[in-house]
Design a protein around this ligand. Structure first.
Ligand code: SF4
Ligand code: SF4
Length: 433
């Protein structure tokens, strides 16, 4: 039986049936790959190659000597055709290396990554959180000494509607995930490894249990509720412990990695493979929704074409899940390490936020939905009139930007967008959680 759920949260329609049964297919090599130097949280990489240079699959093409960063590798054998600016799904312009691939590609071969231990190998492989956060994984493998980690939690919740890439990975490659969990536990000295999976994925739970048999890894079904996969909510659901205000999960003795990240860590340590590709769900209003193994740098427009193109009226294309992912202004942006899905939405598929002046009817549904026990209507109201100090008093910086409040609001107030603006203004003033 699944454990009881965390407080708050919402139950948006899952919309996963379109792609959940679709096995992972390798996407074709595109004509050009545009590989951004910044696809992670932290310092952007500096390009190490120039136009005209030949590169090999797995060769480092960008790196920087900063603790919080992750090197970037060429996903193919080919030739660098340009080093310049490009637009990313997040809407920012960053330095990119554009590569023209050779005619034939051997996907089973790459320049091997080096490393003496798990953290250094994970860093060399450029692994970041594949659940969407894109935080450099190696940094999390060296927890603060004052907070030893006793439990590694692998996040297999995939609570965002529409997305099924983690689901398929758990069904098709559970051994790699289990192996990654064991390696992470060894690296941080943890005794327990728990894979948390929402109970709406029984085939993934079965596959993971079979693969975990005889290891230290436990599989724990969890209630299906959004945002079950948010770090603090997941830790509470698994350990019944709260992460103290302003602290890291290690303060609760926990370390959380996404299941896709765990599989990538196993590949890096056992096969010396850098992070050059990932599974992406392409779904919603497309002719053939599915899950694809995609080379980093592949244009999103290629993925839409691979899924048979748009079907029906299209209102928005979202990178990631519809609760937290940004709407794309153009399909001419590359797949990055943190991009879990491309979701095509039509009229009525998701509520459209209207403007901040939409009336609040004081119904309290946003507060009931908030898994962080905040009062989103108050923070949103103060953000709308730029009263940042009042927004701070209502703990705007504790918001995890899950979007549950916006989803719950009957008048479609753009609460999470307003709170995000308040958080940005407070951080710019030097205020920290
Ligand atoms: S206030 Fe933040 S944490 Fe609370 S529901 Fe809204 S987006 Fe989620
Ligand atoms: S859910 Fe919307 S209308 Fe209801 S209290 Fe919150 S902001 Fe106001």
């Amino acid at each position: 039986m699944p454990k009881s759920a965390f407080a708050g949260g919402v139950h948006p329609p899952g919309m996963k049936e379109m792609s959940a049964g679709r096995p992972i297919e390798r996407a074709p090599v595109p004509e050009r790959l545009t590989v951004p130097m910044s696809q992670h949280l932290g310092a952007p990489c500096v390009p190490l190659v120039q136009a005209g240079e030949r590169v090999r699959r797995g060769q480092v093409v960008g790196a920087v000597d900063a603790l919080v960063s992750a090197p970037v590798h060429s996903p193919v054998d080919g030739e660098v055709v340009e080093v310049g600016e490009c637009l990313t799904a997040a809407g920012s312009r960053v330095t990119c290396v554009t590569i023209a691939p050779d005619g034939g590609q051997d996907f089973d071969r790459w320049v091997p990554v080096e490393g003496d231990d798990v953290p250094s190998t994970v860093r060399a492989a450029g692994i970041v959180g594949l659940g969407g956060a894109a935080f450099p994984s190696a940094v999390k493998l060296v927890p603060p000494k004052e907070h030893p980690v006793s439990t590694v939690i692998l996040n297999g919740c995939e609570c965002e509607p529409y997305l099924t890439c983690d689901h398929r990975l758990m069904v098709e490659s559970p051994e790699r995930i289990v192996r990654g969990g064991v390696l992470i536990a060894e690296a941080v000295g943890a005794r327990r490894v728990v894979v948390g999976i929402e109970s709406n994925k029984p085939d993934a739970i079965d596959a993971m249990r079979r693969a975990a048999d005889g290891t230290q890894v436990e599989v724990l079904p969890l209630p299906t509720k959004y945002p079950q996969g948010a770090e603090k909510q997941l830790i509470w659901s698994v350990l019944r412990k709260e992460v103290p205000h302003g602290k890291l999960p290690a303060a609760a003795g926990a370390l959380v990695h996404n299941v896709g990240t765990a599989a990538a860590i196993a590949d890096a340590v056992d096969s010396r493979k850098p992070l050059v590709e990932r599974v992406v769900t392409v779904t919603g209003r497309v002719a053939r929704p599915g899950n694809y193994l995609v080379l980093i740098g592949t244009p999103v427009s290629d993925l839409i074409a691979l899924a048979g193109g748009f079907s029906g009226e299209v209102e928005r294309v979202v990178a990631g899940g519809p609760m937290t992912g940004p709407a794309l202004g153009t399909l001419d942006v590359p797949v990055t390490k943190g991009m879990s899905g491309i979701v095509v939405l039509g009229p009525g598929d998701a509520p459209k936020p209207v403007d901040g002046d939409q009336p609040c009817i004081r119904c309290g549904r946003c507060s009931e939905a908030c898994p962080m026990f905040l009062q989103p209507f108050a923070i949103g109201t103060y953000a709308n009139v730029r009263m940042w100090d009042r927004a701070e008093q209502y703990h705007a910086l504790d918001c995890i930007e899950c979007g549950a409040c916006s989803y719950a609001c009957p008048t479609y107030r753009p609460l999470v967008q307003l709170i995000r603006i308040a958080k940005g203004a407070l951080m710019a003033k030097g205020v920290r959680p």
